[in-house]
Design a binder for this molecule. Sequence first.
Ligand SMILES: Nc1ncnc2c1ncn2[C@@H]1O[C@H](COP(=O)(O)OP(=O)(O)O)[C@@H](O)[C@H]1O
Ligand SMILES: [Mg+2]
Length: 348
Amino acid sequence: MTTPLLEVSGLEMHFRTARGVAKVINGVDLRIEKGQVHGLVGESGSGKSVTARSILGILPQRAIEHRAGEIRYNGRDLTGLSEKQLRQDIRGRQIAMVFQDPMTALNPVMRIGRQLMLPIRQHQGLPRKEARAKALSLLGQVGIPDPESRLRSFPHELSGGQRQRIMIAIALACDPFLLIADEPTTALDVTVQAQILDLFDQLRKERDLAILLVSHDLGLIAERCDEVSVMYAGEVVERGRASEVFEHRRHPYTWLLEGARPRLEDPPHTRLNTIGGRPPNLLERPSGCAFRDRCPRVLEICGSVRPLLSAVDGTSSIACHNPMSAVEVDPGAGIGAQQSAPVRGTPA
Ligand SMILES: Nc1ncnc2c1ncn2[C@@H]1O[C@H](COP(=O)(O)OP(=O)(O)O)[C@@H](O)[C@H]1O
Ligand SMILES: [Mg+2]
């Protein structure tokens, strides 16, 4: 097997908090190939952002109580690198990140041109004139009209979608090979969201860019990604080809996650259908399966034995003692149906 662009194995990340140690990431594996779009999906608090930030080493170092695992980029383990090495060799040049809210990531009192040229000049040492030409070209690539005048704009003069395009241009400034996009479209309306996701598709084709796309929206991930990893309580509980995972949804959590998704055909102000129960207390992680208290298919074994991610068929893997079989799932089932997730076997 060839060396993947990024390979995360056995990642664990526990944080000190005022109330004890929060076991936030508990053995995450990820593998992303060059030019591939990998989706990381899960409900809020499942550990998606901490996983994403671990890759770039941008976590509150002082709060880390325990960490384990490897993060290999082109075969090189990033976990051993110093802050200085990460800054010089990795961040921006190899791996860049785009966040959910571009308004907080952009400097409100600095013109777009300056914010865009800063990384180009710092990392690539280009003289001013060439940096400016590159900034203009980047704005064109991310679909900003009239780039010349946009260089002189301040962030508040732009729409939310345009600000996110600027953030993507900044992320691309040093020609990275992997882009980590953490809920990049969550703050945007549906039409603009689709445009930004189209832009990712285009960049990936033009630059052979790999993308780790983080979202709580399984449908979006299924549409836009090659592979998907479904996270719950800091673990990957289902993984496979995005289309396959979405179609079959073998893990009961994945099944419920799709039911929780807002749909275009829903009338406005429909209450978001969230999964019943609460995410597990990360301070006192239960033995066995972390999803068992909320699972409609729970068995006795789920209380004592932690299910490990294992291959089911084709390219999918799941961590579940009582997965749904493909025939049980009605892919057309929408909101409301999720409360009566079909139960097979005898619940404990
Ligand atoms: N520095 C930290 N200290 C303590 N707990 C944290 C820290 N960072 C994140 N967490 C907790 O870890 C869990 C996962 O967080 P996060 O990765 O942001 O979730 P997601 O992005 O999937 O919504 C949350 O319960 C969050 O409160
Ligand atoms: Mg997050």
